[in-house]
Design a protein around this ligand. Structure first.
Ligand SMILES: [Zn+2]
Length: 394
């Protein structure tokens, strides 16, 4: 079945009301190239005014945009100054050059332009391009740019496109939060880090899914103690064409009595607690979360929100059910929405589960024991299974 391609162009988000106070520096251009999807990330020292008219160049094989009042940072990798040869999928290279005083032009050379999304993340400020190989039949890049975002896919209805078409789930991407230099939340008295506990849970979950009739291909975004940026995790899920993305985390709160389980899907929120959790997981201030509102609103037009909502409610239900069978005082904090960076741009139903509070002494102690982590993995497994069954393809 031909993958449905949704057209998005998020240019509005780049018209900033305020000019940056000083010159902004371009620190790096990172890229995650795959055969039919590439994510490019520009790391900047602050918000920047970007030439809002992003146009294809002379031919359809080129796209450029200008970073206004921008300089290269001293730390910018010298080997990238002359351009970056990518040659994976349709994106062949990225070139950059000073256009006039303090304006940098970034040029993407394609062999053909498919669909692309562009958005920004904050703290530090970065611009993200998701570039796809394919585009809708018969559409030229110009029409793609001129086309307003497609209407939402029945955000609250029960008839999402996946369900209407009876699309099944084959590949599941499991994302153990944090890793490497980023330990996530820690419990000092118990001497445990979120990154290690969630990795163990995710490895068990992978095994359970793989052993289920050998039906599913399961991929971990990391299977050891390594650092991965939030952008890279989504890039892995998209490039691998995952049908589901489940990111697993541990919660923490200044109030030591806080405990329980909650599962999130991507959305904007006014709930102060959800904002705090998202800020913590995104490693940004709660203020930055508020500033993300407009970009998230636009991304949501094409995100698989109704499916993500169903997936999160099934995961939440089964996590709580499984833990309640063996443990007392399991607190169901419910399904919530918040703007998690790791879910931004994900092309598949995606959720983030906060499976217990590491800051709570009871739950922290339980998390240290293998049976509790196994019960969590089983809850996640059953939640995913229940979701797949609900598609009629279990
Ligand atoms: Zn986390």
């Amino acid at each position: 079945m031909k993958k449905l391609i949704l057209v998005t162009f998020l240019v509005m988000a780049f018209v900033y009301p305020a000019m940056p106070k000083g010159d902004v520096k371009l620190k790096n251009i990172r890229y995650y190239p795959y055969s039919d999807y590439t994510r490019v990330v520009l790391d900047l020292t602050g918000e920047i005014k970007i030439n809002e008219k992003i146009l294809p160049g002379q031919s359809v094989s080129r796209m450029y945009f200008d970073l206004i009042r921008c300089e290269l940072d001293r730390s910018f990798p010298p080997e990238k100054k002359e351009g970056i040869e990518i040659d994976a999928g349709n994106l062949k290279r990225i070139r950059l050059g000073r256009r006039k005083t303090s304006t940098y032009r970034i040029v993407f050379d394609f062999d053909h332009i498919g669909n692309y999304h562009m958005f920004y993340l904050t703290s530090p400020f970065r611009i993200v391009f998701d570039i796809f190989q394919e585009r809708d039949n018969g559409q030229t890049p110009e029409t793609i740019i001129a086309t307003p975002s497609t209407p939402p896919q029945s955000i609250d209805g029960n008839y999402s496109i996946a369900r209407q078409l009876g699309l099944g789930v084959h590949k599941i991407i499991i994302d153990p939060g944090h890793g490497g230099k980023d330990p996530g939340t820690s419990n000092k008295s118990l001497q445990v880090h979120e990154k290690d506990l969630v990795l163990d849970i995710c490895k068990q979950l992978k095994k359970m899914l793989e052993e289920h009739n050998n039906k599913y291909e399961v991929l971990l975004t990391r299977d050891s103690d390594v650092y991965l940026s939030l952008e890279e995790r989504t890039a892995i899920a998209n490039s691998q064409k995952g049908d589901l993305l489940v990111s697993v985390h541990l919660n923490s709160a200044p109030r030591k009595k806080a405990r329980g389980i909650e599962t999130y899907f991507l959305s904007i929120t006014t709930d102060p607690w959800a904002i705090q959790v998202a800020a913590q997981e995104n490693a940004v201030s709660t203020k930055s979360i508020g500033e993300m509102k407009s970009i998230i609103e636009q991304i949501l037009k094409n995100a698989k929100i109704s499916e993500s909502k169903v997936l999160s409610s099934m995961i939440q239900e089964h996590l709580v059910k499984n833990l309640k069978m063996k443990y007392n005082e399991i607190c169901d904090l419910g399904v919530k929405k918040a703007p998690f960076y790791v879910l931004v741009g994900a092309q598949m139903p995606s959720v983030l589960a906060e499976v217990s509070f590491l800051s709570n002494s009871d739950e922290g102690k339980r998390l240290k024991t293998p049976p509790y982590r196994q019960a969590i993995a089983l809850g996640l497994f059953e939640g995913i299974m229940a979701y797949i069954k609900s598609l009629g393809k279990g």
